[in-house]
Design a protein around this ligand. Structure first.
Ligand code: BG6
Length: 517
């Protein structure tokens, strides 16, 4: 079957956009954090923008006993806290009148049969398409059960007139074996074109802009390779600690939580070849090639190319904060990393010998995600002839910075003559900021992703082989860490600092330095 033309907003303006179709969105784990903080506020904002398809409704599926009314009230409170725009009461009331609650155990097939009756009944009574999106946002240990029951109750079936799709929240497995298993279970109920694996970083406006920046501008692509690029840095830092998420996080750690998905996706967008067209699969084919070309870090190399660390006590915005091990429900001797820095090489022609330094951490001095492309120095023949050999540490490299969040934008560092009689040269910045150029806030990632799933456009979702390739890379590092005889240490950093000194050495040993963000 030929894939339909990409509908993704990243291609809007050059390929058109498929229309999201009306459907019932069933959220599993509807009383959880994600529904309250992200999904409902995203849907409300789509409704406020007039982007939500007519007749669309939301059904929360969860174990606790509650009425539609109570459920709506809880969601209203959450929306008031987390919505990017203030709640307009009349609009909320009309939006909320299409929200329902369905109580059931995840393992009770009868509950799914009742759900089907409820959905069919609503379609009949209020008008509906019979289209369904099932959003798995429960604990991942329930995914298997839910998918099996969706199939057993025939809810997973698409027909000639209507479709059924599934959105799977992260974490998509905890290693390659569990991801492969989950993929099998998903594919047992839904085919790949109906499967939407969430990586919410791909829904961020700035992440989508990476392809536009690279391929809609003539000036970058010629320089985008090992001949002109010295190295790339990707930093994702967060002020926050782990809050109430120890149950999940202590078993995951920063490498699995952030690098396997979000940061490798960003790296792929920077490193991929231009796709042949903008179809979801053409783009994802190119990303998979990057993942396959990542030089494996295993065995002894793990100690050299990867630094893992955990935050100790410290202070954030001048207030004392506890160490990771003192956080609620964290084991007092936990070995889980809350920070990781890696040196990654991509073994292909474009990127030969260009290191990608990636770092991510919680409880850092500030929150922000950015990618910086550090270009090789211009020959020091006319200017900068006496600069040191520090590969840009003296500020003489051109650096293209893509600010993913906050303060979304792109800047380019250049050298300029300081005005006046002196012949001094100084770095200056050319800056583009979304806020000032477009004069409006970017939508939340989940808004875009929910609409894309309703439109059947999988461009901004991870394909099966992408997820598995990423795990292949991560698993070897995890194994290197845990192989007893050569276990590299877990380092510590004070909360509110930029990670352990040894992470600075990781990059300084190559004669480079982390960009001051
Ligand atoms: C999630 C991780 O996927 O992404 C969290 O599980 C992390 O640990 C979050 O805090 C960061 O997302 P954002 O959009 O807030 O940068």
């Amino acid at each position: 079957m030929t894939e339909k033309k990409s509908a993704n907003p990243s291609s809007a303006g050059f390929a058109g956009r498929a229309t999201p179709e009306s459907c019932s969105l069933v959220i599993f784990g509807a009383t959880g954090d994600l529904t309250h903080r992200k999904l409902i506020p995203a849907l409300y904002n789509l409704a406020a923008d007039g982007d939500l398809p007519q007749g669309m409704r939301v059904i929360g599926f969860a174990r606790r006993d509650k009425t539609d009314e109570v459920f709506r009230q809880e969601l209203e409170e959450a929306a008031k806290k987390f919505s990017r725009r203030p709640i307009d009461q009349a609009l909320w009331n009309s939006f909320a009148s299409s929200i329902y609650y369905h109580r059931s155990e995840f393992g009770d097939l009868e509950g799914y049969r009742r759900l089907r009756e409820q959905l069919d009944g609503l379609d009949l009574k209020k008008g509906g398409t019979g289209n369904r999106v099932f959003y798995l946002s429960s604990g991942p240990d329930q995914f298997d059960t839910i998918l099996t029951n969706l199939k057993a109750s025939s809810l997973a079936e698409s027909s000639a007139n209507s479709w059924a799709r599934v959105i799977v929240e992260k974490p998509f497995g905890t290693d390659l074996a569990t991801a492969e298993h989950l993929n099998k279970v998903v594919q047992n109920s839904f085919d790949e074109s109906s499967t939407f694996r969430i990586d919410h970083f791909l829904g961020k406006e700035t992440a989508q802009n990476i392809m536009v920046l690279r391929f809609a501008n003539a000036i970058f692509e010629h320089l985008w390779n090992h001949r002109y690029i010295d190295h790339v840095q990707i930093t994702a830092s967060e002020l926050l600690g782990i809050g109430n998420r120890a149950g999940y996080y202590d078993g995951a750690g920063a490498l699995r939580d952030m690098v396997q998905n979000h940061l490798l996706q960003l790296l792929c967008l920077i490193a991929m070849e231009p796709p042949t067209d903008l179809r979801a699969d053409s783009i994802r084919d190119e990303k998979v090639k990057v993942l396959r070309s990542l030089r494996r870090i295993s065995g002894e190399d793990v100690g050299r190319d990867v630094v893992r660390a955990q935050y100790g006590p410290g202070s954030i915005e001048e207030k004392p904060v506890p160490s990771y091990r003192q956080e609620k429900n964290v084991k007092p001797d936990s070995q889980t990393e809350t920070y990781v820095a890696l040196r990654i090489l991509i073994d292909n022609w474009r990127w030969a010998d260009v290191p990608f330094y990636v770092r991510v951490g919680k409880r850092m001095p500030k929150s922000g995600t950015e990618i910086s492309i550090h270009f090789k120095n211009a020959p020091g023949v006319l200017f900068n002839s006496n600069r040191d050999q520090s590969r840009g540490r003296d500020g003489t490299q051109n650096v293209l910075v893509i600010r993913i969040q906050p303060d979304e934008g792109v800047s380019l560092r250049m050298q300029s003559k300081v005005p006046g009689a002196s012949a001094r040269i100084q770095p200056v910045k050319m800056d583009f900021a979304y806020g000032t150029s477009f004069g409006k806030a970017s939508p939340e990632a989940y808004e875009r992703l929910l609409l894309d799933a309703m439109a059947g456009d999988a461009t901004l979702f991870a394909r099966r082989d992408e997820v598995e390739e990423a795990w292949r890379f991560i698993d070897e590092i995890e194994e290197g860490w845990h192989a007893l005889e050569r276990k590299p240490g877990l380092y510590f950093y004070a909360a509110g600092t930029w990670g352990p000194v040894v992470a600075d050495q990781l990059i300084e040993n190559d004669g480079r330095a982390w960009r001051v963000t």
